[in-house]
Design a protein around this ligand. Structure first.
Ligand SMILES: NC(=O)c1ccc[n+]([C@@H]2O[C@H](COP(=O)([O-])OP(=O)(O)OC[C@H]3O[C@@H](n4cnc5c(N)ncnc54)[C@H](O)[C@@H]3O)[C@@H](O)[C@H]2O)c1
Length: 393
């Protein structure tokens, strides 16, 4: 495919499409937004006008048949991801599916299988991997700067009201029959993916708790508090914690290695340090041998005499201030286009997305059994209250 030719469509013209996908797509010179689809005709029409898409649909099957798309972004409620993604694959269309890839492990693997069979690219919209400081953390871990990563935790706390009252187009998140879950399936989707990727090892087993603790039953039946311990195949341990009652939005990731620690924070300032990233390394670097990321982006940029006299880079926290732009969604969309044009495997693959769903499902199973749950799961796990849609033929 030649540059500039990727014809894209978006299904679901709600909040995340509006905030992230439309602006990122229309800015890319390799892509053109040709069609949008939403079951709410007015929302589809408004989005088509605003973002310059020539075609507008309320039925995704019709869009797949008529719009001659190369790729589609699926930004709809979780319960329809499977059928919309499988149909896209069968139509030979590359797919980005917003997180969570699906709700049950069976739904998730159905998507992976359909995309594999059709030979189309599948990426999951886990944008946290595209924040620069998380990418740098990965690079520093892989380069051994903090030694062996043995223990890590990732959290994402955000009160329901923040997104629901100000940003979301619908209330699907509050409806467990559609969303499947909240602290585990919605915010948890981000941190499960982030922690697994940074550890560079698959999750072997999970034990966890997810329940509704803060919100009344008439607001939602979904869980608003979730904690899980995961053990990776390489033996490292991690914890995932998410809640939907803290008014202070906080996404913090702490990565403890045998020779150092890295903190990163996205979405908001984290309470542990005032920078989006901080690195402590026990290694005997000098100013000259410091890894390039630390050399270029430590903050404040220290006066050269202080570097020389006090050897300031050794055995101390190094605050890192990454550039803000291009933002995580621009980088994610650009990456997906690169995968299509140059036939590369997306950074957040379908398998990664399905394995994250397995972790979520394992938390739900662990709630029933009170015990560790081994992965991969043998049976389909359906979260409480969730009502899976039948697969479309
Ligand atoms: N990456 C992130 O940080 C992030 C942030 C927000 C949402 N999301 C994910 O994006 C997806 C959508 O969330 P949202 O916040 O944009 O929701 P939303 O409620 O704001 O918008 C959903 C849109 O989908 C439309 N829709 C519903 N069913 C449909 C169907 N069958 N066919 C076509 N359109 C349909 C609705 O009319 C609405 O316009 C979810 O899976 C969510 O988890 C990801």
């Amino acid at each position: 495919m030649s540059t500039g030719d990727v014809k894209m469509g978006v299904i679901g013209c709600g909040s995340i499409a509006e905030i992230a996908h439309f602006p990122s797509i229309v800015q890319r010179k390799e892509a053109s937004l040709v069609a949008v689809c939403d079951s709410n005709a007015e929302r589809a029409h408004t989005a088509a006008l605003k973002w310059g898409a020539e075609q507008c649909y309320t039925d995704y099957r019709e869009m797949y048949r008529k719009a001659a798309l190369d790729a589609v972004v699926i930004a709809t409620p979780n319960n329809v991801h499977r059928n919309q993604a499988v149909a896209a694959a069968r139509a030979g269309i590359h797919v980005v599916v917003e997180k969570p890839l699906a709700v049950t492990n069976r739904e998730a693997w159905d998507i992976v299988e359909a995309c594999k069979q059709a030979g189309v690219k599948l990426m999951v919209g886990c944008d946290r991997r595209f924040w620069i400081h998380n990418q740098w953390a990965k690079e520093l871990i892989d380069a051994g700067v903090i030694g062996r990563l043995l223990m890590s935790r990732a959290s994402l706390h955000e009160h329901w009201y923040n997104y629901q009252n100000h940003v979301a187009a619908t209330d699907f998140r509050l409806n467990c029959r559609v969303a499947g879950g909240a602290a585990v399936n919605d915010t948890g989707a981000h941190v499960i993916d982030l922690l697994t990727w940074l550890n560079g090892s698959r999750v072997k087993r999970v034990v966890g708790v997810a329940r509704r603790m803060a919100m009344p039953e008439d607001y939602t039946l979904c869980d608003d508090t979730a904690l899980a311990i995961v053990e990776f195949e390489n033996g490292a341990l991690g914890t995932i914690s998410c809640n939907r009652f803290s008014p202070a939005v906080n996404q913090a990731t702490e990565l403890c290695g045998t020779e150092g620690t890295i903190f990163t924070a996205t979405d908001a300032t984290n309470p542990f340090q005032s920078w989006p990233m901080a690195v402590y390394t026990d290694k005997d670097y000098t100013v000259d041998t410091l890894p390039q990321i630390l050399k270029d982006y430590r903050w404040p940029q220290l006066f050269w005499v202080e570097d020389i006299v006090d050897d300031t880079v050794r055995k101390r926290w190094v605050p890192i201030c990454p550039p803000r732009y291009p933002n995580n969604y621009d980088r994610m969309t650009q990456h997906f286009l690169d995968c299509i044009i140059n036939d590369k495997e997306p950074l957040v693959s379908g398998e990664d997305g399905a394995r994250a769903i397995e972790v979520m499902c394992a938390v739900w199973k662990s709630m029933r059994t009170g015990a560790w749950v081994n992965l991969p799961l043998e049976e389909e796990i359906v979260p409480p209250h969730y009502e899976p849609l039948p697969p479309e033929e």
